[in-house]
Ligand binder design. Structure first.
Ligand code: ADP
Ligand code: MG
Length: 461
């Protein structure tokens, strides 16, 4: 009997070869993620006698439509009645003669995951991982251990396939895209393999209409589903934010550029942005402070140590910093002034403020002054060292009750982005020659810097 795995595409091969603890194959739809995960599970089951594999999707229907039939097809042979593994419908599992097992399950509700507590699977595959909550993922990691059925050594691992967007967008992005690890997490445990539909030869040849459907999606969804752009997802307040355009490498700022500061102060977070304006109306956010638990005098000190000898035209802050403290009779703004920092009151009209941020972030087509070549630009650029602003800006979501406002839950992304809002609402963005009203993103997949970033990781294998 032979298992016919057909031909695998290069990214699918990387997926199969990876041996990290957490392997994520993600990005665009149709890249061949589900296809290769079925193959990988079958190969593991055949190569490691006794291995216990759990494949999860969010709903039973998704499981049926996406895997049961396809796995049955993959695991049958050309000899009638002879199968590589038999499927038991009552328990939803594929049983291999060598004792290996692929168990299929789903987690419709948050707590459905608890049924796997206390169980042991050497391999867990989360299909469409961004549909799972962080709680579900965390609970499953506890079941990802040796089951005691195997006679050879194996390091338990989890596989994830996913598209951007969904309830699990943030945790998947943190672990695999932003790589922003906690102390307890080992960066080497994680690998991300980007998937693009254009790499799926089968689909490109047999179903070009599928790609056209993706091309016709609204811009945000198209960015997520066709190009696998993780900075864009449904409900995102700033879908215009594009890492490849808005984030730039730091450079030395010319002395004659005006500098500004915008800040938000609270004991939970002191968030500050340092911004320089060039002579053409571009703003460069070149530094940031993002620190919690600082009392006013400490915050003042931290700020001063970074301000050094530069002049700042304005230091914008929200109006509530002028509220008097009932006990001391002093306002936060007064306390900053006592430390030699004179703040300027910015408007706290949230809707107007966010619109102003949108104006600054807007992508427009303009022409190179010398060559006349058209290119895309934006008036706001962020130096890549401003990691918190870059991380939190794309996380802001619409407030369900007021779509023109940003939701304040979760709270963490709102501090540094509020600081940006105070700057943007205080200084209007200058209009540039826009040669094409229609926003067009000529997305060259080959040159997509979003992916070039991950080039190194792929080399590791
Ligand atoms: N290596 C391959 N050879 C042949 N067909 C493939 C291959 N990879 C994917 N496909 C087919 O392409 C289609 C889309 O793949 P799928 O795995 O469903 O994509 P995704 O899960 O990434 O959205 C499916 O019909 C699948 O069987
Ligand atoms: Mg799939």
């Amino acid at each position: 009997m032979t298992l016919d795995i057909g031909e695998l595409y290069p990214k699918q091969k990387l997926f199969c070869k990876a041996t990290n603890k957490y392997i994520c194959y993600g990005g665009a739809r149709g890249g061949g993620k589900s296809h290769v995960s079925r193959i990988k599970m079958s190969l593991l089951a055949l190569n490691y006698p006794g291995i216990q594999i759990l494949l999860l999707r969010r709903t039973l229907q998704e499981l049926r439509e996406n895997h049961v039939l396809q796995l049955q097809k993959l695991l049958k042979t050309n000899i009638p009645d002879k199968r590589i593994a038999t499927y038991k419908e009552s328990t939803k599992e594929f049983l291999f003669p060598n004792g290996s097992r692929i168990k299929l399950g789903y987690c419709d509700n948050e707590n459905d995951v608890l049924q796997y507590q206390g169980q042991a699977y050497e391999v867990i595959v989360l299909e469409e991982a961004t549909h799972f909550t962080e709680f579900q993922f965390q609970t499953l990691t506890e079941s990802n251990r040796m089951s005691g059925n195997m006679k050879v050594k194996f390091n338990p691992r989890m596989y994830f396939t996913c598209n951007p967007g969904g309830v699990g967008h943030t945790w998947v992005k943190r672990l695999f895209i932003d790589k922003d690890y906690k102390e307890t997490e080992n960066p080497e445990d994680y690998i991300f393999i980007p998937s693009l539909v254009f790499e799926n030869k089968y689909l490109m040849e047999n179903d070009p209409a599928y790609v056209r459907t993706l091309e016709n999606l609204p811009e945000d969804r198209k960015q997520a589903m066709l190009y696998g752009n993780w900075d864009v997802f449904d409900g995102q307040f700033f879908p215009e934010f594009r890492r490849s355009l808005h984030v730039i490498d730091p450079f030395e700022l010319p002395k004659n550029w005006n500098r500004y500061i915008a800040l938000d102060y609270g004991l939970d977070m002191f968030a500050v942005l340092f911004i320089a304006l060039d002579t053409k109306g571009h703003a460069y956010v070149y530094n940031e402070i993002h620190k919690s638990n600082l009392i006013v005098s400490e915050a003042r000190q931290v700020l001063k140590s970074i301000m050094r000898h530069y002049n700042y035209i304005h230091k914008y802050a929200p109006p509530d910093l002028w509220n008097r403290n009932r006990d001391t009779g002093k306002s936060t703004a007064e306390m900053f002034r006592e430390g030699g920092i004179d703040l300027t009151k910015a408007s706290n009209n949230r809707v107007a403020g966010w619109l102003a941020v949108k104006e600054w972030l807007k992508i427009y087509k303009t022409r190179n002054e010398q060559t006349g070549e058209p290119y895309e630009d934006s008036n706001l650029k962020i130096f890549s060292n401003c990691v918190n602003l870059i991380k939190y800006l794309p996380q802001l979501q619409h407030d369900e009750k007021n779509p023109n406002d940003v939701t304040t839950e979760p709270h963490e992304p709102t501090h540094i982005t509020d600081a940006l809002r105070y700057f943007c609402v205080s200084r209007t963005s200058r209009t540039h020659e826009i040669i094409d009203k229609e926003k067009t993103f000529n997305f060259d997949v080959e040159k997509n810097t979003h992916y070039v970033d991950y080039g190194e990781e792929i080399e590791i294998i």
